[in-house]
Structure formats: C-alpha cells, structure tokens
Design a protein around this ligand. Structure first.
Ligand code: RAM
Length: 352
C-alpha cells in the first residue's frame, strides 16, 4: 500500500493556551457513551505535552467507527496518551457541537473527528483550536479552515471509481442504478457521489443513475429507503451504497426479497457486516480500507501536531508507529492508502 500525506499551506496562527491536565475525560450527555483509556503520565501543563486525545465519530453504534476508534486507542496507548471516545447517537449535522464544546472546556490536547457536515461544527472546532486544542478530521472532512490536518482513507477519485467499476461489472455495464447514501450533508459521501456521477457520465453511457437517497447512517432508515427504491424503480439493476451502515441494511433487505441475485449491490462495507451476504450470494463484491489503520494514523497525526513535530504544512513528516512515516500533502491532507475490494475469495482473511 502507498502512504503519503498533505498539509494546507496557509493556516491561521492560533494562540496556544495553557492546557490543564485532562487525564480523564468523562462526558455525560444524552445518547453519548464515553470510553477512556489512560496511558502513563502523558498529559499536563508546563513542558509536558497534553496527549489527551478524544475521538468523535459521526455517530455511536456504527461498527465502522468502533473499529477506527479502536485503532486510535491502540496508537494512543502506544505513545502513552489518554484516549477517550464521545459522540452523538444520530449522524445529524450539528449533533457533535456540544461534545466539542465540552472537550474545549475540559482542555483536552487533541480532537479526532469525522464530520457529519462540512460547516456546522466549524465554529465549535475553531473555538477548540483557539484554546490550543489540535484538531484532526478523519474519514469525513470539514472545510479545511476548521481543522489542522485531515486524514483521508484513500483518494476520493479512487473510492468513487472502485464502486462504479464493481457495479458496472456486475450489471454488464448497463441499466438503471441508484445510490443509497449516509447523511445528506456528509462531506465524504457527497464528494464520492459527485465523482461517481462524473465517472458514470464520462465512461458508462449505458448506465443511468435514477435516484440518490439518504439513510442517515441509521440501519432502519437505510433498510426502509432500500425497500422504497426498489418499489419506485422497478427496472433497477443495481444499488451503490457508499456507507457501511447503508450497504449492510440494503443487503439485509435484498437477501430475503425476490430481488436477491437480480438487483446488484456494491459500495463500502466492513467484512464482518457483509460476510453473510457475500456467502449467501446477495453481494458479489464491495470495497473499503482498514478503518483501524485510519484511526491509528489519525491519532499519530494528532500527537505530532500536539508535540509540534508538524503544523499541517505541505511536506511536514511524522512517524505513525507500525504504519511508518507519512508526509502531509496539499490542503493539509494525509493519505492512508488505496481502497481494497472484498469478494467471497478473500473475505475470510479479514476480521473487522
Ligand atoms: C459509514 C460512515 C463513514 C464512511 C463509511 C464508509 O460507516 O458514513 O463515514 O467512511 O461508512
């Protein structure tokens, strides 16, 4: 796999406040669970860098983020920081704001966040940065003005292309298709959808995208939207779901319906959630990256920012433990690698 990174050239200078020790972060809020793991003596003021880093997923209860944030926890334990995870129950645009504000009050050293909206959490993140907290977005970015570094799982072009390619193979490169996405404002899915539309228009003249619907990364909503899609488009040949929640719900619907084996389904899924549907023939192939590596890399990037090894400038280099060395690229973005295609031949090799 190829690893490379990017950092934004122009950044506002932020006052680095004195950060109080935040060895333990405990949030009590509706719909929020908190996990905290402490390394040995990593946070504090003075010369000691505050390596209390909290992960905020799009929503809790999503196995993708359970895996990515576990990767972050592994990294943070390695460098003896303090890991915590907090987040909302639903993946709505501003649901993460109150968690960011609380972390700012508590004086953590870093926040790693996957954004439900490119702008809605911007003010809260900038307040956190004004208080000296280093902000890393991963998985789903904000506008670059609101974070120090973005950890991208793979290029958006690569992620879009692999999904269109897999669907095209499965439907003979022709017919009506639809997209079942996550939240309507999700930065990552919207970037991929734009590029998938372009790829279809440029390279697949006989494929027609007839609908895009949103399951909000909620299992039941995604399941119901799948049923509705199939009802509204009786000629549908295939569905692309660029979200692990969406593809698993769609597969579950298809697997017990008359459409099983007739309507193709691909997109981005986790091997553990998709295994039974690959085994029973509902799904032929889908793609993803390693979410644990993504969280692990994001944690190391946050550490490098906190310690001042990097600032987010293009060309900045940092060490990411077992993943090796990474370089920040354009727009303060660090790239994890390439997407990977899972099929019945290889799915047995993966457990996440
Ligand atoms: C869901 C989330 C996440 C996305 C994956 C593919 O878990 O929407 O942001 O990256 O799917």
């Amino acid at each position: 796999m190829l690893f490379q990174k990017t950092v934004r050239g122009t950044r506002r200078r932020r006052a680095i406040g004195v950060i109080a020790a935040a060895a333990s972060v405990a949030l009590i809020a509706t719909g929020c669970t908190t996990t905290t793991t402490s390394g040995s003596g990593s946070s504090g003021g003075g010369d000691t860098k505050n390596l209390a880093i909290t992960f905020i997923p799009k929503n809790l209860g999503n196995p993708y983020f359970d895996t990515s944030d576990k990767g972050g926890e592994t990294a943070i334990k390695e460098f003896k920081g303090t890991y915590a995870q907090v987040g909302p129950a639903t993946a709505s645009p501003d649901a993460q704001v109150s968690y960011i504000n609380t972390l700012t009050q508590q004086g953590v050293g870093g926040i790693v966040i996957s954004a439900n909206d490119p702008k809605a959490i911007g003010d809260a993140l900038n307040e956190a940065r004004d208080a000296g907290i280093k902000v890393v977005t991963f998985d789903s970015d904000t506008d670059p003005a609101y974070r120090d570094v973005f950890i991208n799982q793979a290029t958006s072009e690569g992620i879009a292309k692999v999904q269109v390619d897999e669907l095209s193979k499965q439907i003979g490169d022709a017919g009506e298709v639809a997209i079942l996405s996550a939240a309507a404002n999700a930065t990552n899915q919207n970037a991929w959808i734009d590029l998938m539309k372009k790829d279809i228009a440029d390279n697949h003249p006989n494929i027609k995208l007839v609908d895009t619907v949103y399951g909000n990364d909620d299992d039941q909503t995604s399941f119901d939207k799948t049923a509705a899609l199939l009802q509204s488009h009786p000629q549908l040949k295939g569905i692309i779901s660029p979200t692990t929640v969406g593809i698993a719900a769609a597969a579950r619907y298809l697997s017990t319906s008359d459409f099983k084996g007739k309507v193709a389904l691909t997109g981005l899924g986790t091997p553990n959630q998709m295994r039974e549907f690959v085994t029973d023939g509902t799904v032929t192939s889908f793609a993803l990256w390693n979410p644990a590596d993504l969280g692990y890399l994001a944690a190391y990037a946050n550490k490098a920012l906190i310690e001042g090894t990097i600032t987010g400038k293009e060309g900045d280099k940092f060490d990411a433990g077992k993943l090796g060395s990474f370089t920040v690229g354009a727009d303060a973005t660090v790239l994890l690698g390439d997407p990977y295609v899972f099929t019945k031949e290889n799915i047995g090799e993966f457990d996440f």
